[in-house]
Design a protein around this ligand. Structure first.
Ligand SMILES: [Mg+2]
Length: 200
């Protein structure tokens, strides 16, 4: 009797645990603030978040002809990459810690370039991101999770195409648009109530 009660308890707890796949830039790390501040310092032009209405960092947003020119600048800012010192978005860490304490697994899935990996690992440590699992990959959907949170239009489309049965959350930013098959997430404060409503 006691044993079967415990089994049911275990099953219930197990069901409520989720693997939450979390992107970094534009979701946890404020990449926009990081690069626009540095850009103003280096090139004297202020770009506000509201100016960034499309995906992409070359002309006409910046003076860089091609995306690769942006990244050649961003990979070496006084000996470290632009990813080294990014701020975190309001409440991002608090919400991740809370979800982690509730037993959910926070799985970091980032497609950052290879040259940023060491900076990113240090950044994850310094910011005490509560994750035991970190992936660097373009094929994010291959990392099995129950929920994915991302801001990149092509990644959101890729999740919808490859794993449409999962809960795919678009972190709403000026530079992305609604993608059919995803659910909008406007702030970190919305995440826990949203997950509870979905009852995964
Ligand atoms: Mg991103």
């Amino acid at each position: 009797m006691v044993l079967s009660f415990l089994s049911i308890m275990h099953y219930t707890i197990k069901l409520s645990q989720m693997r939450i796949g979390v992107d970094l830039d534009g979701v946890v790390a404020d990449f926009t603030d990081g690069w626009t501040s540095q850009y103003e310092k280096d090139f004297g032009k202020k770009i506000s978040e509201n100016d960034i209405t499309e995906w992409g960092l070359a002309k006409p947003l910046t003076h860089f002809e091609e995306e690769v020119d942006f990244w050649n600048w961003a990979k070496d800012i006084d000996g470290a990459s632009i990813f080294r010192n990014l701020k975190t978005y309001n409440n991002a860490i608090e919400v991740l810690v809370d979800l982690s304490l509730k037993g959910h697994e926070i799985v970091i899935i980032s497609s950052k370039p290879w040259w940023s990996i060491h900076d990113t690992l240090m950044w994850l440590g310094e910011n005490k991101i509560p994750s035991k699992e970190i992936h660097f990959t373009e094929d994010k959907w291959k990392v099995s999770c129950d929920v994915y949170i991302d801001d990149a239009p092509h990644q959101l489309e890729s999740f919808v195409e490859n794993v449409p049965e999962k809960l795919i959350l678009r972190f709403v930013r000026q530079y992305n648009r609604f993608v059919e098959g995803t659910v909008d997430l406007k702030s970190w404060e919305e995440l826990s109530p949203l997950l509870e409503n979905y009852n995964l």
